[in-house]
Design a protein around this ligand. Sequence first.
Ligand SMILES: *[C@@H]1O[C@H](CO)[C@@H](O)[C@H](O)[C@H]1NC(C)=O
Length: 818
Amino acid sequence: MPLMLLRRCFIDRRLITSELKWLIVIILLCVCEMDFVSCQARYSIPEETPEGSSVGNVAKDLGIEINRLISGKARVVTKGGRQYVELSRDKGTLVVKERIDREELCKQTTPCSFSFDLIMENPIELHRVTVEVQDVNDNAPIFPKGTVNLQIIENTETGARFPLDRAVDLDVGINGIESYSLSQNDHFTLKINTQADGNKHVEMVLQRDLDREDRDQLKLVLTAYDGGSPKKSGTMQIHISVLDVNDNKPVCREIAYKAEVRENLAAGAVVTVVSATDADQGLNGHVSYSFAQASKEARNVFKINSETGAITTSDTLDYETEKMYHLNVKAMDNGTLSDTCNVIIEIIDENDNSPSIQLMSFSNIIAENSPIGTTVAVINVEDADSGQNGLVQCKINENIPFKIESSLSDYYAIITDELLDRENIAEYNITILVSDQGSPARHSNKTISVKISDVNDNPPVFSSEEFKAFVAENNSPGVAVLTVKASDADWGPNARLSYFLEDRNIQGNPVSSLVSVNSESGVVHAIKAFDYEQMKTFSFNVTARDGGSPPLSSEVTVTIIVQDQNDNAPQVLYPLQTGGSVVAEIVPRSADVGYLVTKVVAVDVDSGQNAWLSYKLQKATDRALFEVGAQNGEIRTVRQVTDKDAVKQKLTVVVEDNGQPSRSAVVNINVAVADTFPEVLSEFTDFTHSKQYNDDLTFYLVLALAAVSFLFITTVVVIISVKIYRWRQSRIFYQSNLPVIPYYPPGYTDTGVTGTLPHMYNYDACMTTDSRKSNCKYSTLGGQSVLVMDPSFTETLQRAMVEKQIQQEPESPEVVRK
Ligand SMILES: *[C@@H]1O[C@H](CO)[C@@H](O)[C@H](O)[C@H]1NC(C)=O
């Protein structure tokens, strides 16, 4: 029963409460008091003792004889579990039968022991043996994980704690964990707190800031040591990843980006690439680019790729607009940090602008007498390009009398280089050619037209050096005789010519009484009928004057040659034909054949053929007796005079000129054929009885003379009054600038009217000589006066005129002709 109790006591020991323990100890002591049961034997061995090693001499320790052990068949009885120990009976010792692992046997329980019974029979004897297993340091500290990964944000404040797994050592006591150590590093230290249960709490404390940009990975090793001897250790890898924080701002790679770009670069070309770096990671290090503080102009021209930082042109560049751009590029990461990169873009000039020509002043008309060096135009030449591309050269076309001179920079003057002559070239086109020095060069040109204005530098020039006109006498007054023509090389008013008659006296009369000149047409009109017998030729000067200021003029001599017409009948000079007197040529009866009786002397004031006279016997008392020399007018006898011939012979001789038609005069010649004067006288008394008639005629002549004288005086008075009136009129007339109209004094006894004056009146001029009757009469037809002559009167008139002329010029060779 006590055995059973004891046994139960062993078995249930672990289950027994602490109250029960005390009860079991008491019972054990009671059992040990008993005789047959010796008390316990205790041994102590280290774990891991090799098999066969002696645990202890149980026979000796328990006082049992070897024999007894053998006879009693002593054996080890282990209840359950493994039997670590066996009995060597013949030696009485206990030896290790199986490896003993304390940690397996007892875990962390200390002290660790196992018990078994030694049983013998005959008599039964029971001994309890307890073997205490001592710990041996056979286990190293072990961490639950070989590697631990930590992620720590950079810039975590110092002092931050990071708990770590602790290590486990199966050994106990001194062989358990004793210490930890952390591999050498700059950032962390180890802090170990021993907790109330004896366990150690391991943590890392951050001593220095982590910087991902410096090191983004840290590898530490935590080592745990036990207290055994020799010590054993275990390690744990600590992998620390430093997490990024946006603590770095982007940084431009270059302080200033400089780029040189040619203007006219095509849009889209890359100018430069801005680049900034950010030490941060991921989005914190992702840099985007944009313009900051860029001018509007720059933004119009450039754009930036926000991802790559490439600056490209978005429009064509123009050096002339902007030579340089300063751009600020903001490089920004995804956070709020940024940097500003300076970009300087310099535009390089290209020769893309043609030079421009601007007329600053220009006189498109210059006078032909402008002196050399007269400025025609001032031009301004500009080229927007710079350098050689903007350097401009200027010239004008050649072979014109102009040159170009540079006055100020960019200003040129076109001046005359020679004297100009409008009459030669009246207009010039000046082409200004401007080119710059670029490569290739650019050109511009401009043409200006310069007109040369006229100056009155050319006098009128007559078409002929001298003008001559032949006018048949007795021309109708007003007839156009000739036209003087002059030309003037000038232009406009300077070439507008007027013709004037130069005043001069011709045979005591002003030339204006003879001719007039149409001031515009230059037509010379005869004012009156010319009389060859009075004036065979006359000259006068006509001036052509232009309208310049001052005017220039030229003179030309006009000669009018009056041509003769057969307007005068022959005039018999001898024998004198007086109505009353009886003149007779005496032919002696003894006269021979061919006796010169007399000579008819006649003249014809005409000239040439018109004055070439021939004589003809028209009537004769005795045609057989006389003959007339056809050429010389000599009357000769053609036969011997006989006594039968009558004393009184009457001859009629006709004197004819050779004109077409011819004119003639008749002369009566009395011839007395007698030897003595009384004979003649007696014969010719019938010649004188007509004296009464002659007396009557004389009376009538005196009467006529008185009438003519009265008429003459009246006419003179009228002429003087009219002349004074006209003179006063003409004074007013000349003061005006009207063209000079030929002036016709009204006192002329010329017949008819002039063609140039619109006469509203008729000159009451008649040719009256010895006639008491009016021999002319007027008829007015359509405003023009026509003189109708009585043909019967012509002869009388002509004779009267001839008589007058002979009295004036008796020696005139033209008058006396043979
Ligand atoms: C000047 O140019 C104009 C226009 O081209 C032309 O009509 C004229 O005949 C030219 N004049 C001269 C003198 O060449």
